[in-house]
Design a protein around this ligand. Sequence first.
Ligand code: SF4
Length: 227
Amino acid sequence: MIIGGLQKTTLIDYPGKIAAIVFTSGCNMNCHYCYNPEMRNFSPKIAEEDFFDFLNRRKEKLDAVTITGGEPTVQADLGEFIQKIKDCGFLVKLDTNGTNPAVLKRLLEAKLVDYIAMDIKAPLEKYREVANCFVNETAIKDSIKLIIEHAPDYEFRTTIVKGQLGVEDIENIGKLIKGAKRHYSQKFMSTENLNDHAFEPMVGYSDDEMEKIKSIMAKYVKETFVR
Ligand code: SF4
């Protein structure tokens, strides 16, 4: 596994759990607003052995490990990596952009993931524009279906940039994940290190507007949140 970073503790990433976050390197999307552009490259920063040494020292303090990216499913040894984490006794949350449903299917069949968080970048017709790359929309739909039907627990989440996604797009995202358990609308916050510097002046919606977005999503999804 090519590991690009480690956050030793979080109380907010995995609902109800104390977790560490491991950042895998490499991603098959090219989102303008990506705030982790250095993670898009396959450059190792932490040896896998050192990561497992860390986990073994934290067995009493952590419940879970979140695997995020980049995009973890682009790495060939993801299943083996997760199995080693499970063998240490931790729950596993996987963050994904949903481009590799075959990988998700294998992980779910092997009961290797306890929680999946999948990004819904846009309604299908705008996926390539928002992801800023070729996207197989059928793969996105297949991942959504797999997660809704088979994940032990999950969330979908959408980062919403004003000017990129409008009310009609939110409505169509709701239709895309209709019947899902949980969706988070994530307010875009610009930083100085975005993948596309032209996006740095962009803004998110106001708190009031985010509440309206939440109420649109509530027509399609059981639990909706803003963060
Ligand atoms: S925001 Fe987009 S480009 Fe960045 S890691 Fe996530 S899917 Fe990849």
